[in-house]
Design a protein around this ligand. Structure first.
Ligand code: COA
Length: 330
């Protein structure tokens, strides 16, 4: 068995900043309400038309450069997204074409906010078995174009933003490594945070009625999501520690999916760790679903919140419900 590590990281967010004050002009909400309930001050929205692969490309090129490899060294492309440009094929096919890598296998994974850690786990297995040497994994979301930016959709519209974060997962020949990944799901809660339509079990898949009823927009049972998130996050973080027989003192930083600042604070409290040990950049980007963990890793690294040789924990919870963690030595 080989060891795997993250050998490069990149990010890309749209230039277009949407503040809470901008949202106040579109719906009945307020900067105070959004900050108090979510910690979000601004997010990025693409200028249309931009597909997930378009947004992912600069982050991928950034990661490839950071890993000091060439495009042609990539053996597999994995994309974690909730917002692919089409029903099929997946965003990874469009991205592969943009990267100019015909023949390289492409894989989209659809586990929403947990997508990046699921992707990391898949990449980890392929590297460990020796099948591949360098895997491109990108979390990317173009969520703004699918939000109901009116008062009717305000409970979800204020949460989400667009962005992309990419990593290269490579065979490790030094101390850096992915120690473990743990993945979970519970489909009994699939409709607690979801988009109903288009519905693929009937024809036509989408009707004027579905559009008029707002079934094309995200629907969320916010309290149910909150309740489960603050249980599952600490659980899966503790599991990462226990599985590696280490304690929180051995961890430089916990990087959770940026769901909501109140969730992050509740998780820190339940784990009895100082808020400084749990990274947050949600004030800048909102909840970017599959992109949030690599974006947070990138920013935390730039802010020198962890360095080579440090152990970090990644953790996610989201729609599905799905949840996951990873313990990494950077
Ligand atoms: N601006 C102003 N008011 C809003 C609003 C907004 N953007 N969104 C909802 N409200 C209103 C509601 O309509 C409700 O009004 P009512 O009392 O007149 O019915 C009121 O605010 C309170 O709503 P409630 O649902 O009780 O708020 P809450 O305290 O539960 O907070 C969330 C709502 C969404 C912030 C909270 O449930 C939460 O954090 N859930 C987790 C969501 C999340 O992180 N999702 C992503 C997971 S990946």
């Amino acid at each position: 068995m080989f060891k795997s590590k993250i050998s490069g990281i990149g990010k890309h967010v749209p230039e277009n900043v949407i503040t809470n004050f901008d949202l106040e002009k579109m719906m009945d909400t307020s900067n105070e309400w959004i900050i108090e309930r979510t910690g979000i001050r601004e997010r990025r929205f693409v200028t249309q038309p931009t597909g997930a692969a378009d947004l992912a490309l600069p982050a991928c090129l950034n990661a490839i450069q950071n890993a000091e490899i060439q495009n042609t060294d990539i053996d597999l492309i994995i994309v974690a997204t909730t917002t692919p440009e089409h029903s099929f094929p997946g965003t990874s096919s469009f991205l592969q074409a943009l990267l100019g890598l015909p023949g390289v296998p492409t894989l989209d994974i659809r586990v929403q906010c947990s997508g990046f850690i699921y992707g990391l786990s898949i990449a980890d297995q392929f590297i460990k078995t020796g099948q591949y040497r360098n895997i491109l994994l990108v979390g990317v979301e173009v969520q703004s174009v699918g939000l109901n930016l009116t008062t009717e959709g305000r409970d979800t519209a204020v949460l989400f933003g667009d962005g992309a974060g990419a990593v290269i997962v490579s065979r490790s020949e030094d101390e850096s490594q992915i120690y473990s990944t743990h993945l979970f799901g519970d489909g009994r809660f699939a409709k607690e945070l979801w988009i109903d339509a288009p519905i693929c079990d009937r024809s036509p898949r989408i009707t004027q009625e579905m559009i008029a009823e707002g079934r094309i927009y995200p629907k969320m049972n916010g309290r149910q999501v909150f309740k489960h998130a603050i249980t599952r996050f600490p659980e899966v973080i503790k599991l990462a520690l226990d599985a590696n027989s280490i304690s929180m003192n051995d961890i430089a930083l916990v990087i959770p999916h940026q769901a909501n600042q109140r969730i992050t604070e509740a998780v820190a409290q339940r784990l009895e760790i100082s808020p400084e040990k749990v990274y947050s950049n949600i004030h800048r980007y909102g909840n970017t679903t599959g992109a949030s963990i690599p974006l947070a890793m990138y920013d935390a690294l730039s802010e020198k919140r962890f360095k080579k040789g440090d152990r970090i924990i990644l953790a996610a919870f989201g729609s599905g419900f799905t949840w996951a963690s990873a313990l990494i030595k950077w």
